[in-house]
Every structure is written in structure tokens, then in C-alpha cells.
Write a protein that binds this ligand. Sequence first.
Ligand SMILES: C[S@@+](CC[C@H](N)C(=O)[O-])C[C@H]1O[C@@H](n2cnc3c(N)ncnc32)[C@H](O)[C@@H]1O
Length: 241
Amino acid sequence: MKPHQRTTIQELIKKKVLNSDDFIEKLRAGNAGMLLIGNIWCFDYAISHLPSDSPIVEIGSFSGLSTNLIIYLKSKYKQENKVICSDPWDFNAGHPEEKIADHPYLTCQDYSNYIKENFIRNVLFFSKHDLPYAIESNSDTFFKYWEKGEVVQDIFERSIKLGESISFAYIDGNHSYDYAARDFENVDRYLEIDGFILFDDSSDKSDSEVCKLMEEIIESNRYEVIKKAPNYLVKKLSHKK
Ligand SMILES: C[S@@+](CC[C@H](N)C(=O)[O-])C[C@H]1O[C@@H](n2cnc3c(N)ncnc32)[C@H](O)[C@@H]1O
């Protein structure tokens, strides 16, 4: 996509989709990441309508762009909810010493270390006042800890007891159907009524497997679609029977 074809934050502001915010532009320019612009609106809506002070959970943090955005919007709306995120920062595919494509010396392990260091540096810079609890694990392990109510150490060596209700979850880890469906089931078990889930890569126009999951969730009639921007932001209406 050519730069002039991209939707700018200013255009969304004009359409009254977003409130003007210079900080978000600075964050997007300074913090590497993969944030679709419509997700900003979804975060803004969910965080300004949180049903309680229960934790916000993020699956898949990469370099911390969405994490920092969530924390910024929390402070904007004076929300006290803890942010707890899970990412294994493992881009090795089982071959840590393998070079990245044709690069002369960078290995997959170098890349994994680099992205994790970026996350640490980015959250320490943009969100030092309200650091997320960042758990280095895949989401399956993370939710096993959650189910057991375990006390775990985050990457900043702080302890946190998992297992509370969840008020909002951003699901942006592995986007294949099986992983996304498990992430949804795990979140759904703890999500409060009137709590939100934003699914990355769920747009009707995407060919991602997350779309199949969205159809199933809508068919269940337990979630209301708040926005397709173009990713789905949904609100929980009822618990699973
Ligand atoms: C698309 S990136 C996340 C981008 C980030 N949310 C942002 O907006 O900048 C996906 C991330 O999910 C992580 N990931 C992949 N599989 C995962 C899993 N099973 N559980 C948790 N995180 C996972 C990857 O390590 C990667 O950092």
C-alpha cells in the first residue's frame, strides 16, 4: 500500500472515529508493531467502557505497541485495571541457530532476543508509571497458570497471582484457528458480563482463520458486536451454559 493511500489518524479524527491524540501518533512512530488503525478506536471504546477494575489481558505483545497503547488509554480514562500480557518471544520455530533467511550472521535466536529487549525498552519508556505484568509464555501455559490461580514471576521479576476475572482481552497471538479458538475459550471462561474482546486479524475481508471463529462466536448469541473496525470488538452478554 502506498503511503498516501493509508488512512491517517487525522482522517479518522475528521470522521469522528477517533479523538485527536498526538501521543498515539508519537507512540506509533516510535514503537515498532503491527497495529491496525481501527484497533485504536476499539481499544478506546473498550477501555472507556470497562465493566470493572478486573485485569486487562493481552495475548501477543511483540514489541509492546498495543501494550503501551492500552496502558496510555487506561491513564486517559483513569482506569485502575492491571494489564497482564503473555508472549513467548520465541521466533525460532525450533531452530534457534538458523540464520534469518539470507542474512550473513543474524540467527532466529538473535531476533527473538531483540524483540523481547525491544518490548522491555518500549514499556519501560512509554509505560514506566504503570508497567504491565508481562509473562514470558505462550497463551496455553499462561491460562494453565490462570486456571490454577498460580503466583508467577513476570519479566521484571515481580510476582503476580493470576486467576481473577477479566474485563477486557486483546487476542493477538497465534492467528491460526486452533490457537485463536483456545485463546477465546480461555478468555471466555473468565470474562465478565459486559467485558470486551478485540480479535486481531478478524476482519471479514481477511483470509485469516480467525474469521471462522468470529462466525461461531456470533452464532452463539452470547456476544454483541460493538464494532467491526474492521477487526471485531465484541461485548459479552451471557456465560456459556
Ligand atoms: C502480531 S504480533 C503482536 C503484535 C502486538 N500486539 C502489537 O500490536 O504490536 C503476535 C505476537 O504473538 C506472539 N505469539 C505467538 N503465538 C503465541 C501464543 N501461543 N501465545 C502468546 N503469544 C503468542 C508472538 O511471539 C508475537 O509477538
